[in-house]
Design a protein around this ligand. Sequence first.
Ligand code: ACO
Length: 429
Amino acid sequence: MSDTATLKIGNDTYTLPTIVGTEGERAIDVKPLRRESGHITLDPGFLNTGSCRSEITFIDGERGVLRYRGYPIEQLAEQSSFLEVAYLLTQGALPSPSALTEWEQRITRHTLVHEDMKRMYEAFPPNAHPMAILSAAVSALSTFYQDEVDPLDPDQVQINTIRLLAKVPTIAAFSLKRSQGHRYTYPDNGLSYAGRLLKMMFGYGTEPYELDEDQESALDKLLILHADHEQNCSTTTVRIVGSSKANLYASISSGISALWGPLHGGANQAVIEMLETIQNDSDGIDKYVRLARDKSSGFRLMGFGHRVYKSYDPRAKILKGAADKILAGLGQKDPLLDVARRLEEVALEDSYFREKNLYPNVDFYSGIIYRAMGIPVNMFTVMFALGRLPGWIAHWREGNEQGLPIGRPRQIYTGSGERPYVPVGQREE
Ligand code: ACO
């Protein structure tokens, strides 16, 4: 039996149930508190608020542990494939060999988008940010399947899961081609998921595309590392939108918008821009560490710090090792990797970063690898979205299956008390 928590407000005492998770995480169930005491809990930014119970992903931020459905991220990145991880996350278990083959075949058969979708791209200015296009296009996808978007119908949920996993890479690659003024390259279903994505982004159709296997496997690994991260900003957005029984496409589109921000998925773009600025500044790294320490500067070291990890982000650890290997495989040397490594060394020795437990996060090294592959900087967050897709879908499905109530936080009102309306003609200038 779980313990209970006792809360004393004035002379009144309230007993609240507690909940213990599989890995020993503890929560106080505050649901009855307002009804019984008239108080709500106030926690802006949800720093200490659990919004659900979930079986999908476990993170121990103190020890740098990340597991999808119990499997350590290191083992999945080394031995699994992105499509298998997508199955694990969305379907709940690792697939049998035949289930995996069927899953891969089903996804591969749905890679085309309706030809009318292409006209939508033409409505955007050529320099439109691909995250804006991605979010709009994913929402628009629902209009092609309007009679099949019932969140409570398991068959419809499953086909929309397949469609999204299959079509979002096509949509993303088309948005890149559009921004370059190039002809769209259609999906080549003879290739792997990552291989197909690379060909759609970098193939021209006028000449054979030679797939680089190192890039293909690096991209697959990057997608796996981004596939889920429990209740982060975009996933919480997807769950909240889904809680209103909005369809899967609309919910995922909202998640893409949430991911776009520079404090979330947009950080990988911001990291490269920051490293370039440091590289071009003769004042060197120390200046930027000094700026980051000084709150009044408004400057933060992008790719450092994490709401949950208070030790090294395990994904950053994998990518740090991978960056060198991938660049060597591609026959490249990126001076930004040297800047990144030196910056990390300086920051990790610095008392400010040590005291606040600020370590590199997943975005610190991912951008360097994307850059080496020739992926333009404004596509980095799109790459993150492609990886996070199965996680978003898994959480949306779990929320639906749990039949959670609509997400609706409360507030403490701090505005004016009641006052009479003054007609415009009677107001002072
Ligand atoms: N550089 C300098 N100082 C920092 C940094 C940073 N990158 N990150 C946090 N701090 C400081 C804050 O100023 C704050 O100091 P204080 O306690 O004296 O007020 C303290 O560390 C805690 O920071 P918060 O912003 O309160 O921590 P929070 O958990 O809210 O934020 C976040 C986490 C948003 C990731 C933050 O570390 C940050 O802005 N990092 C840079 C952006 C980034 O890399 N984002 C990617 C996150 S990973 C992802 O989304 C995949």
